[in-house]
Design a protein around this ligand. Structure first.
Ligand SMILES: Cc1ncc(C[n+]2csc(CCOP(=O)(O)OP(=O)(O)O)c2C)c(N)n1
Ligand SMILES: [Mg+2]
Length: 365
């Protein structure tokens, strides 16, 4: 850490503390004092299944992109526990504001795989998704969802509704003005919003250390006047426990919270990226030992709650579901090109009327 200048002769006026939450280690063993839900094997299996489905879906999405049938796509390989852990702690009436890397959270909330594929295939109908309609579409502009989340939480507060906005972002978002402003307002107005920062160590090719000199990202909450903690983001139990606690506090009127979920982006930034150009295969290989699915599987195997047959059944089930979703996506006829003029304006400006007519004329021909 950079040692900030400090005149030792002056009296100390404030001290801050940060804590780190971790239960399920890469060794597949529970440490510390895990939350009560960790003894609910069925729940743990549902978390495992959700992470496995996310990974299988990502694989298929990349295959579709590589064969020219999908646009750019961002996998969440190695980061599945952040999305699944956070979303699984939410109530249906809460509002999720995801980033582009939170496919696992959207799936948990009930968005269909074919809808996600439609979106990444360039069809906005994918955003009219199933599941909680009040959830936001995923945000591609980095950090713009943070101020939206503060706004949603402000509405909850004004209406006195016991609901929470869950804002998901990457580490890079915490370096942006939008997020500082959102956190500042959230702190001042004590808003029911939980910021989940998936710190995957990279903002495309920019490593965490070049993004911010802050020792942790969790401590950024302290500057905004609320609490934060660092969580092992590859431990789905820790992510869920941290989110549950923060949601309960926010719902009870205790204001915002920031969870820095430490993880690692095992894949490329998106299908438009080649991470081998800026990081070594050895670094990535070493991080595979920490990925979230293997450790939960190992834990369940140790408990005799999971075995080879379960694993094989899950793999073929995920495969079948993903294939069916891809087939449904591919069978969806594209929208008429003129639909690009719909929905943006209540009344189409004159300049666009002519363009629409021209396009419709061309497609009639
Ligand atoms: C406002 C804005 N600036 C730049 C970009 C280009 N961009 C896309 S992703 C990204 C990096 C984001 O990193 P991080 O917040 O750590 O999220 P991650 O991709 O690692 O999940 C950038 C700079 C963008 N999408 N939006
Ligand atoms: Mg990142």
């Amino acid at each position: 850490m950079n040692k900030p200048f400090m005149d030792e002769e002056l009296p100390v006026i404030a001290r801050f503390e940060l804590r780190r939450r971790a239960y399920l280690g890469p060794d597949g063993v529970l440490h510390g004092r895990p939350p009560a839900f960790a003894s609910n094997v069925d729940l743990l299996i549902s978390l495992l299944r959700a992470m496995a489905l996310t990974r299988a879906f990502d694989l298929k999405a990349v295959a579709l992109q590589r064969t020219g049938r999908l646009g750019t796509y961002p996998v969440s390989l190695g980061e599945e526990a952040v999305s699944v852990g956070a979303a699984s702690a939410m109530r249906e009436e809460d509002v999720l504001l995801p980033s582009y890397r939170n496919t696992g959270a959207q799936l948990w909330r009930g968005v269909k795989m074919e809808e996600i594929l439609l979106f990444w295939g360039g069809d906005e109908r994918g955003n009219a998704f199933s599941g909680p309609k009040q959830d936001f579409p995923l945000s591609i502009p980095v950090a713009s969802q943070t101020s939206h989340a503060a706004g949603v939480a402000y509405a909850f507060k004004l209406r006195k509704e016991p609901r929470v906005a869950v804002c998901m972002s990457g580490d890079g978002a915490t370096s942006k003005g939008d997020m500082w402003e959102a956190m500042n307002f959230a702190g001042v107005a004590k808003l029911p919003v939980v910021f989940i920062v998936g710190n995957n160590q990279w903002a495309i090719s920019v490593p965490r250390k070049l993004q911010t000199a802050s020792e942790t990202l969790a401590q950024k909450a302290i500057a905004a006047g609320f609490g934060g903690e660092q969580v092992d983001g590859n431990d789905v139990i820790a992510v869920r426990a941290a989110t549950e606690r923060a949601l309960a506090a926010a719902r009870a009127g205790e204001g915002p919270f920031l969870i820095e979920a430490l993880t690692y982006r095992l894949g490329d930034h998106t299908t438009a990226d080649d991470a081998a150009r800026y990081r070594s295969p050895e670094e990535v290989q070493a991080r595979w030992k920490e990925e979230p699915i293997a450790r939960l599987r190992a834990y369940l195997v140790g408990k005799k709650a999971w075995g080879k047959e379960d694993e094989e059944r899950l793999a073929s089930e995920c495969q079948a579901r993903v294939e069916a979703a891809a087939a449904s996506y591919l069978a969806t006829p594209p929208r008429a090109p003129s639909s690009m003029f719909d929905h943006l304006y209540a009344e189409l400006p004159h300049a666009y009327l002519g363009q629409r007519r021209e396009l419709e004329g061309a497609s009639d021909a």
